[in-house]
Design a protein around this ligand. Structure first.
Ligand code: ADE
Length: 496
């Protein structure tokens, strides 16, 4: 496989750039020579997709940081995704770094095994992480980021590009907390598609239109049925994102893709109590089954009718002003200086390994009296693991011994969800949806994890990045906190 590589700015530099409020400075072209992996020191993995891994990387010549998207050629060819990779490059080239709300593609290059896209490093990570961290956004914050998304979509759609996979993981924050939309692997260039379709037989066209792109929870109804996706599909995704910013959860949830799709097609979702009324009105006008009836979809000048929505009353669209302060922590991922430039098999494996949680500390000797939940001999562990095989939840804990389990209401944003909590050796604190029997997640363990009971029912688990609001309907909050503290003492004695 071969993609043409080189300095992505070179075309753009020959054009006279009309600078509007969307525009940011195109970085100077430092060198025209071809780039290679040895021009960069590769650090932490920032993200992983089905077909790519994004690394934080430092340019050895300038010390500038970039996010480098690396794609394995063999994998792309095997999975027949070449077209998507080309499309992503073409879309990023079309955007050309001319709008501040999109990641910029600086360079592309390749070696025998991989393709490399050198992109803007979004220092403040994903919108999803911020929504999760804060449980949900207040209305000022929601208004501001919805406005930035609207401006970004106006620009993108003006360039005749549909993103088709807009979701909070694909909305990143730069160092000043402005949005940077990324991941154009599912994007569509409308003009190209129309031209191609004009030249193709009707059957071929239908075949192509049926291929599913995007993410289950954010996919629009028309992308699930056989009509083609278009700009209005991104407006649907915008409605989903606004809903998630306000409530902390996605509007269409289910234990399987099938159930989620059913809900989308039936427009089956609800607003939790306390959902802001004005934001609700906007979401209702965007989450409309018929694409052309979505707010903004038939605007002669996009997206006047969205801009005029009550949510944005008093907003200056020419200058949105400074972003709200949502977090003070800029994630400082330092690339160690001792690393060699370039990327080879060994480095790929090492950087992947860094993603794994640290190995558990060897267990402490049993202490008597006042036995702790973790005071178990190897024989006892083995015996209890054998018994555990009949436990319905055994399959969710990766072979670890369950020390305590029970139904707990996990509050997130405006919602509370009942989950089966499983505290295990490892240590792990998993939670499973007891209705759909789907593993919903895990509270990440570290020596800084802390549990605190508010009363017999309510307790909090603090991690460095999040506070979990939990309620044991049976009133065993104190027992949960004690068990969590025992596990902490066992694995992180120096922190207890
Ligand atoms: N994760 C995926 N892409 C990223 C980027 N460009 N910057 C920071 N984190 C990312």
């Amino acid at each position: 496989m071969s993609i043409s590589c080189g300095n992505v700015n070179s075309d753009a530099c020959q054009q006279v750039l009309v600078r509007t409020r969307y525009m940011k400075m195109t970085p100077p072209v430092e060198e025209v020579r071809k780039r290679s992996p040895s021009d960069y020191i590769f650090g932490k993995v920032l993200g992983e997709g089905s077909f790519s891994t994004v690394y934080l990387a430092k340019d050895v010549h300038t010390n500038r940081e970039y996010a480098i998207k690396v794609l394995e050629k063999a994998h792309i060819t095997r999975e027949k995704k070449t077209e998507y990779v080309m499309r992503e490059k073409e879309v990023l080239r079309l955007l050309g770094g001319s709008c501040q709300y999109f990641v910029h593609l600086y360079w592309t290059f390749q070696d025998a095994e991989r393709l490399y896209f050198v992109l803007t490093y979004a220092k403040n990570g994903e919108l999803l992480k911020q929504i999760d961290k804060h449980e949900c956004f207040n209305i000022e914050c929601t208004r501001y980021y919805t406005a930035e998304l609207v401006l970004a979509l106006e620009y993108l759609h003006g360039k005749e590009i549909v993103h088709r996979d807009l979701k909070p993981e694909n909305v990143l924050f730069d160092e000043n907390w402005h949005i940077l939309i990324t991941d154009f692997g599912s994007a569509k260039i409308v003009k190209e598609e129309t031209e191609r379709c004009d030249n193709e037989s009707d059957t071929n066209f239908r075949k192509r239109r049926n291929s599913f792109v995007g993410t289950a929870q954010f996919v629009s109804p028309e992308m699930l049925t056989d009509t083609s996706s278009s700009y209005a599909s991104d407006l649907w995704a915008l409605g989903c994102i606004v809903y998630q910013m306000v409530s902390g959860l996605m509007p269409f949830r289910g234990g399987s893709e099938y159930l989620i799709f059913q809900k989308i097609l039936n427009l089956e979702y609800e607003y939790p109590e306390g959902f802001d009324k004005i934001a609700k009105d906007l979401v209702e006008k965007l989450l409309v089954i018929v694409p052309n009836k979505r707010l903004g979809a038939i605007d002669a000048k996009p997206y006047v009718s969205i801009r005029e929505h009550e949510l944005f009353n008093g907003l200056n669209w020419v200058n949105l002003g400074p972003p709200p302060i949502i977090s003070d922590s800029i994630s400082e991922h330092i690339i160690p200086d001792h690393l060699e430039p370039g990327l080879d098999e060994e480095k790929v494996s090492r950087l992947q390994l860094d993603l794994l949680p640290p190995a558990p500390t060897p267990s402490r000797k049993k202490s008597q009296p006042g036995r702790k939940i973790t005071d178990l001999s190897p024989d006892e562990i083995k015996e209890r693991l054998d018994e555990q095989k009949t436990n319905l939840y055994h399959t969710f804990v990766g072979g670890n011994l369950i020390l305590k389990q029970g139904l707990v209401d996990k509050k997130k944003g405006l919602f509370a969800r009942r989950r089966m909590f499983l505290l295990t050796l490892g240590p792990h604190l998993y939670y499973v949806d007891p209705v759909t029997m789907v593993l919903k997640g895990e509270i990440p363990w570290s020596g800084d994890l802390r549990a605190e009971a508010k009363n017999f029912k309510i307790f909090f688990v603090y991690t460095p990045n999040r506070k979990y609001y939990l309620e044991d309907p049976e009133g065993y909050a104190l027992e949960w906190c004690k068990a969590i503290e025992d596990v902490k003492t066992h694995y992180f004695p120096e922190k207890s």
